[in-house]
Design a protein around this ligand. Sequence first.
Ligand SMILES: Nc1ncnc2c1ncn2[C@@H]1O[C@H](COP(=O)(O)OP(=O)(O)OP(=O)(O)O)[C@@H](O)[C@H]1O
Length: 302
Amino acid sequence: MLSYSATQLLFLAVRICFILNPTSGTNRTQDVPTLLTRYATAAGAEFEIQLTQRAGHATELAREAAARGCRVVVAVGGDGTVNEVARGLLGTPAALGIVPRGSGNGLARHLRIPLDLPGAVRRACQPTFQHIDAGRINGHWFFCTAGLGFDAHVSKMFAQAGTRGLSTYVKVALREYRRYRPVPVQVQLENALLLDTHCYVLAFANAAQYGNNAYIAPRADIQDGLLDVCLIDQLPMLRAVRVGVGLALGTLATSGGAAYHTSRRIQVEAAHPIGFHVDGDYVADATRFVVELEPLALEVAV
Ligand SMILES: Nc1ncnc2c1ncn2[C@@H]1O[C@H](COP(=O)(O)OP(=O)(O)OP(=O)(O)O)[C@@H](O)[C@H]1O
């Protein structure tokens, strides 16, 4: 646990640290540090900018910024960077801000943070504060969604695809759809309900969407102390169309394409290893999963 001196707490009211992942997003021609400086200065903020040098670095930088007394630590990047910064801020008095620069921007969209750079910087510099829930799957924190099955498998293949963006994602998803087979699973929910089923997709939603306005759990409330559990046991062609339309229109919960439950803790046993992701990034394959929610664990600046 980090401790904070009175002098540091004095600073907490004002100072902002932007943590920029220079590899995120598709627009590499923008001079982002210059733009951050311009808009943060115009907003009258006292700020610093840190650049990540490798995967995982944003967590260290965020923890250090909080320990230096920064009140708001802003992830400038996609959901992977947001996840890393947020992890570093858990248990500190600093709040997470977001300047979205990814392709999906699930948490930023859920929190209604502006998607344009000047708007997002202004918001980070003049925020209001609230707390949101945070999830954990096999010890890995997530703030937007985590899941097993096809979505994790597609994340893994997408990471290996060589190009980014929505069109690559759709291409990879269509290709893998022809190959992917559901896995038998037992899902134990907190209310003692045991589902003996198959997993094509089993999503644990803290926020409502994966990103790109793809609503996997349209009724998810990020402050209710519960995960929305979305189960798609099979995905034959007609149902895939229904699920695709439901994701895009935010009607999946009422379309019959998926079954929904809510729970604070979920255990899953799978017959074969299944891939899992946190906030859209593939983590590993496993056969046992423990998913838990920590209510209101993260302060956000929105
Ligand atoms: N300097 C760096 N060099 C290489 N990788 C980095 C660096 N900084 C961060 N990363 C890694 O890049 C990964 C992807 O970043 P992020 O999700 O922010 O961008 P993105 O992939 O463009 O966005 P999206 O996930 O929305 O498509 C992060 O999970 C992080 O671990």
